[in-house]
Design a protein around this ligand. Structure first.
Ligand code: ASP
Length: 358
């Protein structure tokens, strides 16, 4: 295990007679925060205090262990190093548990869940992210429901003993969403996450109803962790008034290997020569250019309008209906595997783990 993890604290439950086992990994976020009486700001507290607030966790017929990252972080401070630590921890404990729950701040949860989906190749067990909009110690908290349901989903098995949800997913406000299809949608509502291009994998009501038609089947083989990430990616959101200097820097700077173009509608951008010349320059420099729509739902279709078709002829790849969060994780992971940009481009067009509608 990496040295960054060695500082983490661990607590193992005594319930060895349970039929399922889940490791709850606590990274930080609102779910585990408490008001500091000194200055009134929210500060993270220990996982044992979460268990005190949610005694229902002790009633589960699940062997529940916890692993607490140190220091706990507000997810605005998440860096890819945390994803590597999470992936390595899951890999190391993979045979010991039926599923994993990751308690994580909501701000970057969709980024982390997306990245993990690409980093954990051959996953056959649930990795369920959850968190909350209100701290768990607050009377109206959404954290209890989210945590309890996430544990239930992470431990759920089919009749043949295999995992009900062998995917990286986010459970929030009664819905289970595929991690790499999710995006944080509301800064306030309990229903904070959306999966605009894929229905929920499950819906929690009186029962948890699984949408087995879209839950992915494991491909078989052993879990392989891709822990080398190449983060030389820029994101250029196309907007009226964008200047050539800004566009050129995001697309052509030597420190950038790939650029996610957040385009209008079905993949359209500026059709003026100055902009297309910068795109061509980036393509000639060998940059990887990925077209993702800035719309909240729907797909890129570069054959629909002339402006989209021009981008395609300049070497821009269609991201189809991928989210920006998933595009980032996919690029980091693929680029970390090789220096061959042509291979990365070819893989971007493929659905690797349910991130695009094939
Ligand atoms: N800033 C917090 C975080 O992302 C917000 C949250 O947990 O909802 O860690």
């Amino acid at each position: 295990m990496s040295s960054r993890l060695s500082k983490a604290k661990e607590r193992i439950s005594n319930n060895n007679d349970m039929s399922s086992s889940v490791l709850v990994i606590y990274t930080g976020g609102t779910i585990g925060m408490k008001e500091d009486p000194q200055d009134g700001t929210l500060k993270p507290f220990d996982f044992s205090q979460i268990k005190e607030e949610v005694p229902e966790l002790n009633k589960f017929k699940v062997k529940l262990d916890s692993y607490t990252f140190s220091p706990l972080i507000d997810s605005s401070d998440v860096e890819p190093a945390l994803w590597v630590n999470l992936a390595e921890l899951i890999h190391e404990r993979y045979e010991d548990y039926d599923g994993f729950v990751i308690l994580h701040g909501t701000d970057t949860m969709a980024y982390s869940a997306s990245a993990l989906s690409f980093m954990l190749e051959g996953l056959s067990k649930p990795v369920i992210f959850t968190g909350s909009q209100l701290p768990i110690g607050v009377p109206r908290t959404d954290g209890k429901e989210n945590l309890i349901a996430a544990v239930e989903i992470a431990s759920a098995k089919k009749a043949d003993g295999s995992a009900q949800v062998p995917e990286v997913a986010i459970f929030f406000d009664s819905r289970l969403l595929r991690g790499n299809r999710s995006t944080k949608y509301s800064a306030e509502a309990f229903n904070a996450f959306a999966s605009p291009n894929l229905p929920p994998l499950a819906q929690a009501g009186i029962n948890i109803r699984y949408n087995n038609d879209i839950i992915r089947k494991p491909k078989g083989g052993v879990l392989k962790v891709h822990s080398h990430l190449d983060c030389r990616v820029s994101i250029l959101k196309i907007h009226p008034g964008i200047t050539p200097a800004v566009a050129r820097h995001s697309l052509c700077a030597p420190e950038i290997r790939a650029c996610i173009l957040e385009t209008y509608g079905s993949g359209n951008a500026i059709s003026k020569d100055w902009f297309l010349n910068i795109i061509k320059e980036a393509d000639h420099l060998g940059k990887i250019l990925l077209n993702v729509t800035q719309c909240k739902s729907g797909t890129v279709n570069m054959n629909l309008y002339a402006t989209g078709a021009t981008l395609k002829s300049c070497g821009v790849i269609s991201g189809e209906d991928i989210t920006t969060e998933a595009a980032l994780g996919k690029l980091f992971c693929l680029m970390g595997l090789t220096d061959n940009n042509e291979w990365v481009k070819a893989m971007l067009e493929k659905d690797l783990c349910g991130e695009i509608t094939a």
